[in-house]
Design a protein around this ligand. Structure first.
Ligand code: ZN
Length: 233
């Protein structure tokens, strides 16, 4: 099958929104998938529909945006004990990994996405994993992702490629990519509608968007924005 369709792992955050815009520029048919796994705050998931609607109005590629699927994975909550799913403080664990780390989460997400993609005749997954500047999540590394793609392809007896357009760029690079893909309109959409704040704050508006401004996700997003502004001015 020609590489004309893709399934995008779309959470409603900045990274997956840029990935969705990237896919819309590249594939003829794009579907999206999201996961509910007992996140403390469903703010991010709530933004998904709004972002999809606005993206669909942004340009020529709008008609390529197809179905959205949200899968419920409550079992993930019962095997994780992290700041994302319990009311515990977000601090760094002794391992050096943030307590927001859900062990193997991306492996599970990609495997579920692959199963859905297979059923829908899609052989490319797109995800916002990035090994450059975040917390060293081992399931975000390129080697992990590409080895998983091989295992999935073997397991399905059908090739499944996993594209990760953000893998080797930093957060400033993600803003720059958004600008390249969709100009000011896309940058504005990302500021106003995407959500990455760990504590679910949408009452504080900063130059880079909504969030508490102090959690690790906000810090990273703000830092990337500042760096991108510095590079472009
Ligand atoms: Zn925050």
């Amino acid at each position: 099958m020609a590489d004309t369709s893709a399934l995008v792992l779309f959470s409603g955050g900045q990274d997956s929104t840029v990935c969705l815009a990237w896919a819309l520029a590249r594939y003829e048919r794009i579907e999206t998938i999201g996961f509910k796994y007992g996140q403390r705050h469903s703010v991010e998931l709530g933004q998904r529909g709004i972002i999809r609607e606005k993206l669909a109005r942004l340009g020529e590629t709008a008609k390529r945006l197809g179905a959205d699927t949200v899968l419920d994975l409550p079992a993930l909550q019962s095997i994780s004990d992290t700041a994302l799913t319990r009311e515990t403080e977000i601090t760094f664990a002794a391992t050096g990994l943030p307590t927001t780390f859900v062990p193997g989460r991306n492996l599970l997400f990609l495997t579920y996405a692959a199963a859905l993609a297979y059923r829908r005749g899609i052989n490319t997954l797109v995800g916002g994993m990035c090994e450059t500047d975040f917390s060293g999540y081992p399931d975000c590394r390129n080697e992990t992702i590409q080895t998983l793609a091989q295992a999935i392809g073997l397991g399905l007896a059908s090739p499944m490629s996993i594209e990760t357009p953000l893998m080797f760029i930093d957060k400033a690079g993600t803003w720059a990519l958004a600008q390249t893909l969709g100009g000011d309109d896309l940058v504005q959409l990302i500021i106003e509608d995407t959500h990455t704040c760990y504590v679910g704050d949408r009452s504080n508006r900063h130059a880079w968007g909504y969030g508490c401004g102090i959690c690790p996700a906000c810090e990273l997003r703000a830092k990337g924005w500042t760096e991108w502004q510095r590079q472009t001015n």
